[in-house]
Design a protein around this ligand. Structure first.
Ligand SMILES: NC(=O)c1ccc[n+]([C@@H]2O[C@H](COP(=O)([O-])OP(=O)(O)OC[C@H]3O[C@@H](n4cnc5c(N)ncnc54)[C@H](O)[C@@H]3O)[C@@H](O)[C@H]2O)c1
Length: 327
């Protein structure tokens, strides 16, 4: 791929910051935008030293303001070839308590990005969607064209609405779109999620770990390094007008119990683990989830690690990170 200019929204977040590093390493120029609500400066510290990286702290959810911001940025920095839209609310439970959060951060960011792409003639978008668009299908290995698509969280609903808006934009003005349906992603720089929550809890009560639900929830986990590989692979190889692909490991995932035991072994070996009741960790949680990654395999991509290895590696990375002094 020749050198291009990429816009990454959510650039200081967990996945966005790893993506920025990868794009810079591939020789591209990158404009990163994040409102820093969940983004962390440390995540983009290395990128900020790179001459090809520009960072703007700004919100993405206000379409008029975002169109102005992109017009100004392209005037100064040159035309943008592609957007990687990673900004969203990543606290699913918060979005269940207050639907405005997912309306603003998960849908209106997508809407504003599309409006700005039209105004600035940016032809291509890659979008971080989620397995949450499918809803609860038990252990049925749901594939991309299966349905019904009945999300059980506002987060999933607003991701599905974003996919719909991208599809409509592709019909009228986008050249190409890639929609990634992510599993649970783990790894260093994580800003949320089960490992992050368990480590937080153990910092407060080092003698015990309270787990929401009975610990039997089972989900697939992918390490962020594999995720970024898959995303760049799909963009390089997905030649449909709108490409929509499940990304995930090939195994059936691991149970929350495994994650709790791995975190305790790493961070507080003397702690006892206390499980709650019920199969859901919280309202909107899908207790057992498995989806088909056959389409991605047929395209020619395979993960380097299974869920258990990804979780174990991520626990180590997040634990080490916490011990580093804040800069
Ligand atoms: N991590 C996962 O397991 C997972 C799973 C499925 C989908 N995703 C999706 O992948 C993307 C990246 O997720 P992540 O795990 O890196 O989460 P994250 O919270 O670390 O990153 C999202 C970033 O977006 C920023 N942001 C949120 N609202 C914004 C707004 N209105 N304006 C500007 N910036 C805003 C946040 O500050 C944050 O830095 C998200 O779209 C998320 O929904 C993640």
């Amino acid at each position: 791929m020749s050198t291009q200019f990429h816009l990454v929204t959510g650039a200081a977040g967990f996945i966005g910051s790893h993506l920025v590093d990868r794009l810079l390493a591939q020789g591209h120029r990158v404009l990163g935008i994040d409102n820093m609500v969940r983004g962390v400066r440390r995540n983009v510290e290395t990128a900020l030293r790179h001459p090809g990286f520009t960072f703007i702290e700004a919100r993405v959810d206000d379409a008029a303001a975002f169109i102005g911001l992109i017009s100004d940025a392209t005037g100064r920095l040159g035309p943008i070839n592609m957007v990687w839209h990673m900004a969203a609310n990543s606290d699913i439970a918060a979005g269940t308590d207050d639907a405005n959060i997912d309306l603003r951060d998960t849908f209106l960011t997508s809407f504003a990005v599309l409006q700005a792409m039209r105004a600035a003639s940016i032809p291509r978008i890659a979008f971080a969607s989620s397995s949450a668009i499918y809803g609860d299908h038990g252990l049925r290995a749901i594939a991309e064209d299966d349905g019904p698509l009945l999300p059980i969280s506002n987060y999933g609903a607003m991701k599905l609405a974003s996919e719909a808006a991208i599809s409509a934009a592709a019909e009228s003005y986008l050249e190409r779109a890639w929609i990634f349906r992510f599993p649970n992603v783990v790894g260093g720089r994580g800003t949320h999620g089960v490992i992050y929550d368990f480590l937080n809890k153990l910092e407060i009560t080092p003698d015990r770990l309270e787990v929401l639900g009975n610990g039997l929830q089972r989900k697939p986990y992918l390490h962020v390094a594999d995720l970024i590989d898959a995303m760049t692979f799909i963009v390089a190889n997905g030649n449909a007008k709108v490409n929509y692909v499940n990304i995930g490991p090939e195994d059936q995932g691991v149970e929350v119990r495994f994650i709790a035991e791995t975190v305790v072994a790493e961070a507080a070996p003397a702690a006892t683990i206390q499980y709650g009741e019920g199969s859901r960790g919280w309202v909107g949680d899908v207790p057992r989830f498995y989806y088909s990654t056959e389409k991605l395999r047929r395209m020619g991509w395979r993960p380097s690690q299974d869920s258990a290895v990804a979780v174990t590696r991520a626990v180590g990375e997040l634990f080490v990170e916490r011990r580093q002094p804040a800069r």
